[in-house]
Design a protein around this ligand. Structure first.
Ligand SMILES: Nc1ncnc2c1ncn2[C@@H]1O[C@H](COP(=O)(O)OP(=O)(O)O)[C@@H](O)[C@H]1O
Ligand SMILES: [Mg+2]
Length: 142
């Protein structure tokens, strides 16, 4: 029996929008704090959400980030329209990044985002179709 969501909210993420970049994950952090989630879990969810949000800003055209909280878990689903990831295994490697010089000058492109998301999440699912987009689903058990 699927558990009833206690909370659900969708955030829009706009590619290349460095003004609003990170706002969705900051909002998610606040929501989890208000719900009363344990602070170490909030920290993990916030780090993972931020990295996922930034990947949409940096690499995709647009996307959505859904936060869903049930009595059992917190699930964050990020779906984008963009170039997709041709080789997920390679993209997952620490230090691998296709970030441009311009992006690196802004302080991004260390190539640690996806591996950090995986480390912080209890369940990590990454799926991508080249030329269409990428879907990332991460779950944190409560
Ligand atoms: N949503 C995405 N759409 C397209 N490519 C992505 C996306 N997320 C990650 N990538 C690719 O995976 C690489 C590694 O991502 P990540 O580990 O977050 O490191 P970084 O963002 O520092 O490059 C990126 O450089 C990019 O090529
Ligand atoms: Mg990244």
């Amino acid at each position: 029996m699927p558990s009833e969501p206690l909370f659900w909210q969708r955030f829009d993420i706009c590619g290349r929008d460095f003004v609003d970049a990170g706002k969705a994950s900051i909002t998610i952090k606040g929501i989890l704090r208000e719900i009363g989630i344990d602070s170490s879990l909030i920290r993990r969810a916030a780090i993972a959400s931020y990295e996922a949000e930034m990947n949409v800003v940096l690499y995709a055209s647009r996307g959505t980030m859904d936060l869903r909280v049930t009595p059992k878990d917190i699930r964050v689903t990020v779906e984008d329209e963009g170039p997709g990831i041709p080789d997920i295994e390679l993209a997952m490697q620490e230090g691998y990044s296709t970030a441009s010089d311009e992006i690196r000058e802004m302080g991004f492109g260390a190539g640690m985002g996806l591996s950090n998301i995986k480390k912080n999440a209890d369940v990590f699912n990454l799926h991508s179709v080249v030329g269409k987009g990428t879907t990332l689903e991460i779950t944190f058990r409560l």
